[in-house]
Write a protein that binds this ligand. Sequence first.
Ligand code: ADE
Length: 234
Amino acid sequence: MFEGFFSGGIIKRALQKGLIEINVRNLRDFTTDKHRQVDDRPYGGEEGMVFKPEPIFAAVESVRQSDKTPVYLLSPQGRRFDARLAEEMARHPQIVLVCGRYEGVDERVAEHLATDEISIGDYVLTGGELAAMVVVDAVARFVPRVVGKEESVRHDSFFEGLLDYPQYTRPREFRGMKVPQVLFSGDHKKIEAWRRKKALEKTRGRRPDLLAGRQSSPEEKHLLDQIDNERNKR
Ligand code: ADE
């Protein structure tokens, strides 16, 4: 599953440049029985299978370089992964991600091995691998020099708690659809102000939850009032 992810785009380049290193472990290689069994039936009786703790503890111990290395268990029960957490993860020299499957993972992994349990969203995937790739991708972007201009990472959606402003490129007019005039003004202050307002407008419309958890400057409050007035008029 991981091969495709490693072999293209920014992740491939970061690996080649040695900016990041990714080591994948197969839990079956950390079993001790003949059948290389990583799962078993749940105590208490229920359908499905549950990951056994021993292979997970052994696999994590084989890769963890320090007691300080955080271990994240990926599961729908986890705390929500976001840009803040991605940036925090990127500051560690190493992180370990544990992927679950089946009905779940023996709770002793969450309680005694994992630093934190992480979910990438309110839906259930067939396995944690895809979630791990999502996390690695988002974290890698915060590793210095992985993304061309480090600056751009800090201006991306969510980093400042807002969605991105809209972008346009040539042609100036396409099937009667025009690029906003302000972008040709050459007035950088004006363009900056327009972008800020558009970002706020988008965030207000689609993700009011992001604004609710945000300390707005007086200038931003003013813009938001303006946006609300314009919306009410429509
Ligand atoms: N494994 C299955 N679903 C998941 C989710 N939403 N987030 C993280 N890991 C998962």
